[in-house]
Design a protein around this ligand. Sequence first.
Ligand SMILES: Cc1ncc(COP(=O)(O)O)c(C=O)c1O
Length: 490
Amino acid sequence: MPRERSTLPLSLPAPSPGVALYRWLYDTLRRSILDGRLEPGTRLPATRELASAYGLSRTTIVEAFDRLKAEGYVESRHGSGTYVTQVLPEHLLQARPAREQEKLPHRRISWSSYAARLEHYQPKSARPIRPFRANLAALDQFPSRLWAQVAARRLRRVPPQLLAGGEALGYPPLREAVSHYLNAARGVKCAPQQVLIVSGALEALDRTSRLVLNPGDPVWMEEPGYPGAAAVLRSQAARICPVPVDEEGLVLERGVARCPHTSLVYVTPAHQFPMGVTMSLRRRLALLEWARKSGTLVFEDDYDSEYRYSGRPVPALQGLDRAGVVIFAGSFSAVLFPALRLGYMVVPPGMIDRFAAAQSVSTHQPPLLDQAILCDFIDEGHFARHVRRMRELYAERLNVLLECTREKLADALTISGVEAGLQTLGWLRRGLSPQRAAAAAAEQGIEIRPISRYAWGKPKTDGLVLGFAAVSPREIRLGVDELARAWKAL
Ligand SMILES: Cc1ncc(COP(=O)(O)O)c(C=O)c1O
């Protein structure tokens, strides 16, 4: 039962000139309620009393009371009058001040084993785009206006059915467009029914590992390799078995020798991350044959294969698979922009229903309108044009990096020319340690990473990973100047 207080003899200040009387009364009462002079449960004077005490019309008072009521400061109780509410709107609307939140007792939470495995994982945060950030497209060159036009056109004629949601496997026209693109450009052999739209290549791996791994199951990971993939696998309690990479890609015999029974193989055959090698055809065929015989699934991460500057494009591992052992995943992060959070998977026909079910019970589907906009962007030819333009731009940026380092850093660093991708490797001379070189660069605002950061054990070779795609030729030149200055002191 709410506390009830007797009516307060109200002493109101004089109305301010130029302010409507109902507004003055509303403000005055509201302030009195908020500063506690009118406590919760207090009965306000009757309208007739107030009218005669202050020489106001009853309409003015009713208007002020109505507004206070509408905003939740007072409430009428039938036949008994108007009272200050027990819970003021301010208390409902305002988040508790941070200090009050801090005072809340820390409950002991019984985390799941999944949560326990995430205890030391650092959530990703936005980092500035600096020279020589790896794995990032030239976002300054993204045709945002064109994207906005395509999006506006799509949103203007969006049918209610699209707003209602769609299939768990993704927007059917996008699945068709992706299937067509992968068959034509990546040598993937698939029907649109095998394509699943996901929120990026990492989600594809997350979904796959949930569906095919149990805690403790071994998974081959390239060494050095992509830490993002390792984090996904570790979160599922997979046991990571590092398998070295040489100039032909993942060394199959070493994997078989180290960990003969594995549940999954994670590979980046088109452009190994971070070493940049392309898996040879001989190795691809051997890996597929071994996977077929041993009944092992292979997860092919094709994260940035659109960008190939020289050499013959090698068709995807998936396109050579005759046994249905390859799960193929790709992404629009590197080719368009990472914030889009759209990617795709191609799954052997016998597995697609379980993937659809897993998608349906979790996110249901990545944002459908974004899928529709992307589909229009592809269908209208903008995607293919963007890839062609970026391929030329990146080849030019790579050349600028090669020339500048030859000119300014010849005695310290040799850069590998690469055939594909958004990053390359640098090898230090004069016994300079990659860790110290990267730390000195970081002090000048330059981002380079030692290869050792991508290794699970001690890497056989250690150099530096340098991205060349994300910043302009001018920034690349300035970045190389900064590096020369930073390393001179070492
Ligand atoms: C090898 C590799 N795979 C996957 C990804 C992530 O892809 P997505 O953004 O589509 O999850 C990256 C991104 O840097 C990557 O380097």
